[in-house]
Design a protein. Structure first.
Length: 53
């Protein structure tokens, strides 16, 4: 499942959509939690990159 991160409002909506869709791909709860942590880290990273530019 490809995740696309954009430096605008659409990026967050894609993130949100991915976190909603993800549980259907992962049956293991631990995997879902790790995946959501990864998404959150990616979002924070993209936000900080966006602010620096």
């Amino acid at each position: 499942m490809p995740l696309i991160f954009l430096h605008d409002g659409a990026g967050f909506h894609k993130l949100l959509l991915s976190s909603i869709i993800a549980p259907f791909y992962f049956s293991d709860l631990q995997l879902i939690l790790r995946f959501n942590q990864l998404l959150l880290c990616m979002y924070i990273l993209t936000q900080s990159i966006g602010e620096n530019q």
